[in-house]
Design a protein around this ligand. Sequence first.
Ligand code: HEM
Length: 449
Amino acid sequence: MSRDAKALSLWDTLRFQLHVSVPAFLLGVVVPNRWFLSRLACWNAARLAHRFVRKLRVKYRSNLLWLWFPTRRTLLVLAPATIDAVLASGDNAPDPALKKRAISRFAPGALVMSGDAAQGRRRAFNTSALDLGRLHRDAETFARIAAGEVRRMLDARTDALRWSDFESLGKRVSHQIILGAGSIDDMLAADLARMLRRANLLLRDETSFHGFRMRVGASLRRHEGAPPAPCLLDIAARALTDGSASPSTCVTSQVAFWFFVLKDAVELHVPRTLALIAAHPDVQAKVRSEIRDAGELAAPAIDRLRYLEACVTEQLRLWTPVPMLLRRAVRRCLVGGEMVEAGQQFLIHAGFYHRDRRVFGRVAHAFAPGDAAAGALPPVYVFSAHGRSCAGRSLVTFVLKSALATMLARCRFELVRPAIEPGRIPYLYDHFDVELRPVPDALTSARDA
Ligand code: HEM
């Protein structure tokens, strides 16, 4: 493998757009597009994209490839050490034009698209409100919200759980964590959904945008000066009152981003993780026994569920929700021996990396929570890494574990569809088509007897 970067031919650049850029756009720049996901999953399009990138690496005998993404000169970085070096470097920022355009349609000023994280103390505000790196101060309340909503969903069911059940779970759990227990705002949810659909086309739905911001603003004002309440909006309102957040923190936009990502995370990763667990009976038995042994599911006990956490992480590795990490060089810099000019981009294809046999060997396409829990896998970048990694990582992992633990404590799950073959996990999973049959424990024992 040459150490020099190679530039793709015009023909290969066009093929890269066809195999990688176009499907990524169709799948949804912001939220998954249902129609295209079901078609692309059927055609196994992501497998073709991965095979294409693999072939490029062999053809050009390099782990650094110059190409256009989508219209800017971009260095595709494939070597693990260089991936880590790019993410750790202060010479680039996570604010390339395409990402800024998409996110600013619904959350202008959100940290995730801010070149300068220190601006308005946006990173500090997010990491503090979301309690990155530790159990959230309101974890007990969040666990109760997740458990209550899961019970509500399961109590009402006699047949299989479908996408609409998880979609509703995502809305109800995310709203209560942000707005407070018992608060669910359907108008806000409708505005958010319209804004996100339009943002997929890089456009703004002005009516929904203003309606959404008015509702968030009003909720923030309600919390200012009110007695403390265990929810994210209360923490945000307090930061505004005590001066740790200022107008340039763009608190409304940070909150808008939380609404989007928290709902998205619950509705997507609860069914996907359950589908993988259900398709692997040995894993299901082990994770249920870990949950049973944990006793009462209070926050610290949930936090300690390492095997369940490994199931979530493995799901995120196999179906990486942010498969492409795009960075903009803020100054001239040297990367893997290659000079990159200010304004040029780096593309880290985390989705490709997470399925790369050269890195993950035999488990590249397998669900391997045992290896993940034992720390036997190479680093994963599902939450990116270093100074601009996901600020909500600890919170979202805890919320997902709370919901999954309550479900698995109560029932065993059977995957009705789409089927998953152990050892050959498909590159894309159509979660809109998911059907998971809960089998409550009394029934499990009767059937097994
Ligand atoms: C499983 C669900 C999630 C995954 C896989 C995930 C993944 C990521 C990734 C990969 C980034 C870096 C994006 C980039 O550099 O382009 C990121 C950034 C971020 N995430 Fe998450 N995220 C998740 C959920 C959440 C949640 C629920 C919140 C908040 C409630 C959140 C808050 C943030 C913030 C504020 C940033 C920006 C950090 C910065 O730029 O300094 N995330 N996330």
